[in-house]
Design a protein around this ligand. Structure first.
Ligand code: PEP
Ligand code: MN
Length: 360
């Protein structure tokens, strides 16, 4: 199956690359929504105002959104501020309500796109409607689940469909709230080359300081747009407070991003070099992750040796390690010289960690 998707340039809400969607994680009050929208409109940099009214929270007893009431505030934003509005829908009743209140763009969240029943229910509610729909990646790194969610929306007859890359929840805790796993959206684009693709650096990073790096990377990979959470007073936000910026922060961020030259006709087609670099970055990330974990174990060994009064350096153990890695490295085409210096450096770092533990 090769779907033909409407290019983002042909979407009714589109003005210029990259498409910028911004607004609070959650609609909290009428004033917060309207003031937020007015501030963003005044920047002239935001195409669509976002706010979640139904919040899928991991744990109960956290703020779960204001519900339908918030749709009235979004309608006011549209009518009095003049920005198109977007919200998240997670079932048929949300979808019907959002459409009734004239929401201009719907997105489907990561916990919902992981659920084929919910996706089908939303797709059925969208039958015969013409509203742009963005499908976030499912929370778990399962490309087919993401593709399937998109296919269900395609089958509903919706023509303006896009995907949002918001990172994946995995067992390893990396530097980000969610692991970007850039290879997955790249693979999605390989399967659906004309599908518009946006990045949500807020939910990948989970903290303001990561927004620049992640947004720039998405632009370098030729993404069509960004969804960035912003709030009138980020620190006091009722959800996702550490990842939101105020309108000033948003302008600063957007102004610092470099838009690479577009090759005509290649919109969101990843070129070979970017794709290969994304792979290298991914493996580098994994290497660092593993090295960090290895040092953690070295530390535990240090504690054990300290408790049992065993010397740090055991030359026989080191010889066994070296012999093993040289042999395994050779099988992978890695030279003895490279493996030797790599593992000597790793071993030295290990000893340094253990030394620190011993001398505590
Ligand atoms: C959100 O956009 O506020 C949200 C809940 O996102 P996600 O579904 O990516 O967690
Ligand atoms: Mn959020």
């Amino acid at each position: 199956m090769k779907e033909q998707f409407k290019k983002i340039e042909e979407w009714s809400l589109y003005k210029e690359r990259p498409l910028i969607i911004s607004g609070p994680c959650s609609a909290e009050s009428r004033e917060q929504v309207l003031q937020g929208a007015r501030e963003l409109a005044a920047t002239g940099r935001v195409d669509i105002f976002r706010a979640g009214v139904w919040k899928p929270r991991t744990r109960p007893n956290s703020f779960e959104g204001v519900g339908k009431e918030g749709l009235k505030w979004l309608r006011e934003v549209k009518e009095s501020v003049g920005l198109p509005v977007a919200t998240e829908v997670a079932n048929a009743s949300h979808t019907n309500d959002a459409l009734k209140f004239g929401v201009d763009l719907l997105w489907i969240g990561a916990r919902t796109s992981a659920n084929p029943f919910a996706m089908q229910e939303i797709a059925d509610a969208l039958n015969g409607v013409d509203v742009p729909v963005l499908v976030k990646n499912p929370i778990n790194p399962d490309l087919n689940l993401w593709v399937g969610a998109i296919e269900r929306i395609v089958a509903s007859g919706i023509t303006q469909i896009g995907a949002i890359h918001r990172g994946f929840s995995t067992i390893e805790q990396g530097q980000f709230r969610n692991q970007p796993l850039w290879l997955l959206p790249i693979e999605l684009k390989r399967m659906m080359p004309t599908l518009p693709l946006l990045c949500d650096p807020s939910h990948i990073g989970g903290a303001r300081e990561h927004l620049h790096h992640l947004s720039q990377k998405a632009l370098d990979l030729n993404y069509d747009g960004l969804m960035i959470e912003s709030h009138i007073d980020p620190d006091s936000a009722l959800s996702d407070n550490s990842q939101q910026v105020n309108s000033e922060g948003l302008v600063k961020l957007l102004s610092s991003l470099i838009l690479r030259d577009q090759i005509p006709g290649t919109s969101t087609n990843f070129d070979t070099l970017s794709e290969l670099r994304a792979k290298i970055d991914l493996y580098d990330e994994q290497l660092l992750e593993l090295l960090g974990q290895r040092m953690q174990i070295a530390q535990e060994i240090g504690e054990y040796k300290k408790g049992n009064n065993i010397a740090i350096f055991q030359s026989s153990r080191w010889e066994v390690i070296m012999e093993q890695v040289l042999q395994q490295g050779a099988q992978k085409g890695l030279s003895a010289e490279f493996i030797g210096s790599l593992f000597r450096a790793i071993h030295q770092e290990s000893i340094n960690h253990q030394n620190k533990v011993m001398n505590l």
